[in-house]
Design a protein around this ligand. Structure first.
Ligand code: MN
Length: 381
């Protein structure tokens, strides 16, 4: 029996993780955390019977307490509550599926408690990779990637020597606006940006795919997960999303992982690693695919990727500024307060203006996040 704790159980990755749990009788959910979707969380509690739940929003936590007063389940809230769910004694593995930098402290708590991490919260590695990766080594825990690209790379590395990797070929769909010119991008709507051609995902990551910021975050994530230089990571646009990423080895051999776009595969692979289990769903039908095509990414019109490489190479707190500026800009775009291309401007100006910290501690990372928000507040409100 494997005991699982899920941070972000009501989101896209969280619900798909629970789908896997419900189909495998050797998995048990011991703790769940959500931001504030207490109706769905209550359904999950009644079905999966965890010992502990956290509702980040304190008011919603109280409401949930009343709604489940017939059950004897401990309900906690806030950051302390999230950390409790992340480090609960009975868990073997923690699925970190919350969105944003809010995941840093719970992820650290889970590592210190000796839990393996199925990592879907890319912002944590992007901003605190220099702390998380050494900590995982120190506490002897595995960081198992759930992001489809990183899972693909991880799968391609199975049985290989990481030192023989020459290049990581990180694939990208190009998002819903692939091929559009800057003029065409000026007035794109929130609705259009939320229509991803291949993947069904949460709102924030879907916008990040449209701006290519998501791929940028993934480049930085790959650097930390696989210990490579930025010069060894090449983004390849593969619009059909069939190849989930590739590795080129020293001898020129290229390994790729393919599959239909289904996030349950990387989630399940992380949970059962190194074992593979049956997973229902569609299979790749090569007689129907016709073609798999490739392009270079358009870094001039979709500057998300360009800024990510710049921030990543600069290092220190710069990836935090990049990420925090994007988080705020995407929220503003979803609220229809800014236009699509303003997201890039907000990121660029934040990178230029927020002060760099060289080897930031977690405290300093959170301070830089705050400083970035304050800078944006002062300019765009
Ligand atoms: Mn991805």
């Amino acid at each position: 029996m494997k005991n699982i704790s899920i941070l972000g159980s009501t989101g896209s990755i969280g619900t798909q993780t629970l789908d896997i749990v419900s189909k495998n009788n050797d998995l048990k959910v011991v703790a769940l955390a959500a931001y504030g979707s207490i109706e769905l969380l209550e359904k999950q509690i009644r079905e999966f019977k965890p010992e502990l739940v956290c509702v980040y929003d304190e008011r919603k936590a109280k409401e949930l307490c009343q709604n489940i007063s017939d059950l004897s389940i401990k309900v906690v809230s806030g950051m302390d509550g999230l950390m409790e769910v992340a480090s609960i004694d009975s868990a073997d593995i923690v699925v970190t599926a919350i969105v944003g930098m809010i995941g840093i402290r719970p992820t650290m708590a889970a590592i210190k408690a000796g839990k393996d991490i199925a990592l879907a919260n890319k912002e944590t590695l992007v901003t605190a990779g220099h702390i998380i990766i050494p900590a995982a080594k120190e506490y002897n825990v595995k960081i198992l990637p759930v992001d489809s690209e990183h899972s693909a790379i991880f799968q391609c590395l199975n049985g290989e020597n990481q030192r023989e990797v020459d290049k990581i070929l990180l694939t990208a769909s190009g998002g819903p606006f692939r091929g559009k010119t800057k003029d065409e991008l000026k007035n794109v709507t929130v609705e259009a940006a939320l229509k991803h051609p291949n993947w069904a995902m949460g709102r924030k990551i879907t916008i990040d795919s449209a701006t290519m910021v998501n791929k940028g975050l993934e480049v930085i994530e790959a650097k930390w997960l696989f210990g490579v230089d930025f010069s060894q990571i090449q983004v390849v646009v593969q619009p059909q999303s069939l190849i989930h990423s590739m590795i080129q080895f020293k001898d020129g051999a290229v390994m790729a992982q393919l599959g239909t776009p289904d996030m349950r595969l990387p989630i399940q692979y992380a949970i059962y690693y190194p074992e593979r289990r049956y997973l229902d769903g569609q299979r790749v039908d090569f007689s129907k695919i016709g073609q798999i095509t490739f392009e270079d990414p358009d870094m001039e019109n979709f500057k998300g990727l360009k800024y990510a490489y710049e921030a990543g190479k600069c290092g220190g707190s710069m990836p935090t500024v990049f990420n925090a500026a994007n988080e705020r800009a995407v929220a503003m775009f979803l609220d229809r307060k800014i236009k699509f291309l303003d997201i890039y401007e907000i990121i660029e100006e934040s990178i230029k203006n927020v002060k760099l910290v060289k080897e930031p501690s977690i405290e300093e990372i959170l301070d830089v996040e705050k400083a970035t928000y304050e800078f944006i507040e002062s300019r765009w409100s």
